[in-house]
Design a protein around this ligand. Structure first.
Ligand code: G1P
Length: 315
């Protein structure tokens, strides 16, 4: 369901996309290629995020990048030379394809000189907001939350309760230490919306207040910037967005989560990126059928090889 978001008091103009990380979990690919440009089938992950932001009704993507990651911004610029070459060759479809990122949304660069944490990165975006922007969205480009539309649901929740709204997924106990984890108010309602009492970044299993984890989609009241100025380094010695949200909760600011029931892919490491490519690839109109056959064949080959290894171990 799509809310007429541009008519809404909570209309989001700017989506902040932190993209300054070194991509260390993806080396050596990310030695020269920013991880946000790695393709999911044929489209860079950050273009999928831009499409989701545009679908929400946002007109501006504030991309936080490091000084050596100019390529991320360049992807949102028109490339007249390449367009001309493709035109000359009669490849008009491909001209459309390469214009898409620039047509979707206006990318606004924000530079983070030092990797001081997600909280620091988000805080830098305040400088590009208009005075009338009371709400800002943050989308982490590592997280693909599918089907898209969770941000619209979060906007409805903000319209009802005010404050800030985040997206959560339930993770296994073993995984709580990888995420920002919510402490939620006990209620008996069977709803996808819960009120948050606190939030802690990457807790140890024994300290985790729940298994509900923040998953890369935030709809934040502008008050977040003031809170971000007041936090001190937290988990990993970095300024954490989680800690600023927790501070707002302590001060009485309403924070809710929408528990996402669909799929999620983590593009930030090969273990999550490969399944995302397979998932998108299988749904692709051109490559889908061929990929399905190829996967079946690869699986059969691997299973046959495993059987041979098992047999030789038994002998
Ligand atoms: C960040 C946030 C964390 C959140 C996670 C979702 O962590 O700090 O709260 O749960 O994204 O992907 P990172 O993955 O950058 O370590």
């Amino acid at each position: 369901m799509s809310l007429p978001i541009d008519e809404h008091v909570n209309a989001v103009k700017t989506v902040v996309v932190p993209a300054a990380g070194l991509g260390t979990r993806f080396l050596p690919a990310t030695k020269t290629v920013p991880k946000e440009l790695l393709p999911v089938v044929d489209t860079p992950g950050i273009e999928l995020i831009a499409a989701e932001a545009a679908e929400l009704g946002a007109t501006r993507l504030a991309i936080i990048t490091a000084p050596n990651k100019a390529g991320v911004l360049a992807h949102f610029e028109r490339s007249s030379e390449l367009e001309e070459t493709l035109m000359e060759r009669g490849k008009t479809d491909q001209v459309e394809i390469i214009r898409r990122a620039a047509d979707l949304i206006k990318a606004v660069p924000v530079t983070q000189d030092k990797p001081l944490g997600l909280g620091h990165a988000v805080g830098l975006a305040e400088s590009v907001l208009d005075d009338d922007e009371d709400v800002v969205a943050v989308m982490l480009p590592d997280d693909l939350v599918l089907p898209t539309g969770v941000m619209e649901r979060m906007a409805q929740v903000r319209a009802e309760f005010g404050g800030s709204v985040l997206c959560a997924v339930e993770v296994s106990e073993a995984d709580v230490s990888k995420y920002g984890i919510f402490e939620i108010e006990a209620d008996t309602k069977d709803s996808d919306v819960k009120k948050v009492k606190g939030m802690v970044e990457k807790p140890a299993i024994e300290d985790a207040p729940s298994r509900f984890a923040a998953t890369g989609r935030y709809l934040l009241d502008r008050k977040i910037f003031d809170a971000l100025r007041r936090i001190t380094p937290g988990a990993g010695g970095e300024l954490q967005l989680t800690d600023a949200i927790d501070l707002l909760i302590d001060e009485g600011h309403p924070v809710h989560i929408v528990i996402h029931q669909g799929k999620r892919h983590d593009l930030g490491n090969p273990g999550g990126y490969i399944p995302a490519c397979v998932d998108f690839g299988l749904s692709h109109p051109v490559y889908g059928a061929q990929l399905k056959d190829a996967i079946k064949q690869i699986l059969a080959e691997h299973e046959a090889a495993e059987r041979i290894t098992d047999d030789s171990q038994v002998k």
